[in-house]
Design a protein around this ligand. Structure first.
Ligand code: OVV
Length: 406
């Protein structure tokens, strides 16, 4: 029997049955108790509502998430098993594939987003950040998700890709479709998908070679089609990956960084006294808030993890947000501490599918947090932050704040 696009499984011996809906909006917006219970249940829990296993302890989550041979991505990283059901769009040729095909596409996108090509953007990113922070200091009180995080990311990133005709709303909405599509067919997913007729044709059009500036990441990907490394069509799909994964993730991370600093003024003091900590403030934000809270893997063979027998075809929900707060791995896991310097959080994944855009994300965050450290005296909440339920992203909807200038 099928459920949410995958085969139902038997409860593996020794695994507790947990009557929870991880996609309940109440848990998606306030996940910390759900994360703690998931970890306390043991290595795996069986969730009958979706007939899946879930894991949230650090070690086991890392094991499942990084072992691409046993736990494949080609059957989809959401609840749907692509070997049994057609996905809503042609699948990603870098996220939703395994080696050997993955090796080729990953190499192309890695080269386009290399540290060297991102380094060339550093001054541009910093100038954009300084200008934006100046504007926001004029306003004093503003809504940090739209006015800061979304504005920054949808300015510098499409420009770096080389989009000539950028459209902030459609870029954000496409990301929402892609990430919500990984969950069940719930209200959240259906609301995001309702925008497809407007958004999908526009996104597809932006991925064409003739829409892209010769200087950007997009053109760098198309140059691999010129040498025959990939086809022209594959180049278009890799540009689509940039537009799928590059906006909502960074908007979320930037917004959550401001939330962390507003809630922990002593940490902001530390950042101001040493702006070179900006990169660690960002890593700690990733650990503490896990912008991508969970992705699935699919067991491609019968196997055993932590003594648990896992059957071929099993969907495993890897709850990165829970692993990043595991007290067995992190001392004072629930404290936001920018001097912790976490280098092994799972927020960007781990192994061959680890975030390929992380250099770009770090460059954006560095620019924004450095500009804030240099120009802003204090950050205060100016109202209640509101979280927005999303099937894969732990994200703020609105964050009213006041910046006081130095
Ligand atoms: C949601 C997501 C993450 C990473 C890559 C992609 C999508 C893709 O479309 O390749």
């Amino acid at each position: 029997m099928m459920l949410e696009g995958h085969q139902q499984i038997d409860v593996p011996t020794g695994v507790p049955i947990w009557d929870v809906d991880p996609y309940d909006p109440a848990l998606l917006t306030d996940p910390s108790r759900y994360y703690a219970e998931l970890r306390s249940n043991g290595s795996f829990s069986f969730i009958p509502k979706y007939s899946i296993l879930a894991c949230g302890r650090y070690e086991v989550t890392k094991e499942v998430f990084s072992d691409w041979e046993r736990f494949v991505s080609s059957r989809g990283v959401g609840l749907q098993d692509f070997s049994l059901e057609e996905p809503w769009r042609p699948s990603s040729i870098v996220l939703e594939v395994d080696p050997p095909f993955h090796t080729k596409t990953r190499a192309v996108i890695e080269r386009a987003l290399s540290l060297r090509s991102v380094s060339n953007l550093r001054d541009k990113f910093l100038e954009a950040a300084e200008n934006l922070i100046d504007v926001l200091l004029e306003k004093r009180t503003f809504e940090a998700i739209e006015d800061l995080a979304e504005t920054y990311s949808t300015t510098v990133f499409p420009d770096a890709v080389g989009l000539r005709d950028s459209n902030r709303r459609r870029l954000v909405d496409y990301g929402e479709m892609v990430f919500n599509a990984l969950g069940p067919d719930n209200e959240i997913r259906r609301a995001a998908m309702a925008k497809a007729p407007d958004v999908v044709p526009w996104i597809t059009e932006q991925c064409r070679r003739d829409q892209l500036d010769p200087e950007g990441f997009g053109a760098a990907i198309y140059s691999a089609a010129d040498t025959g490394e990939i086809t022209e069509e594959e180049a278009g799909l890799l540009v689509r990956s940039l537009l799928s994964a590059g906006i909502d993730t960074t908007v979320t991370a930037l917004g959550s960084a401001i939330w962390c600093l507003a809630n922990n003024p002593e940490q902001f003091q530390i950042l101001k006294s040493d702006p070179s900590l900006a990169r660690w403030a960002f890593e700690e934000t990733l650990r503490y808030t896990s912008p991508v809270h969970s992705f699935c893997r699919t067991a491609n063979i019968d196997t055993v993890v932590a003594g648990v027998k896992i059957a071929e075809g099993t969907k495993i929900l890897c709850v990165l947000g829970a692993a990043n707060l595991d007290e067995e791995h992190w001392r004072e896991a629930d404290k936001f501490d920018i001097e912790r310097r976490p280098s092994d959080h799972l927020a960007l994944g781990v192994g061959i599918h680890g975030c390929v855009g992380q250099n770009v994300a770090r460059a954006e965050a560095n620019a924004v947090l450095t500009a804030i450290a240099n120009k802003v005296e204090s950050i205060n909440l100016a109202g209640e932050p509101v979280w927005r339920p999303n099937n894969s992203v732990h994200t703020l909807d609105t964050l009213p704040v006041t910046f006081q200038a130095k």
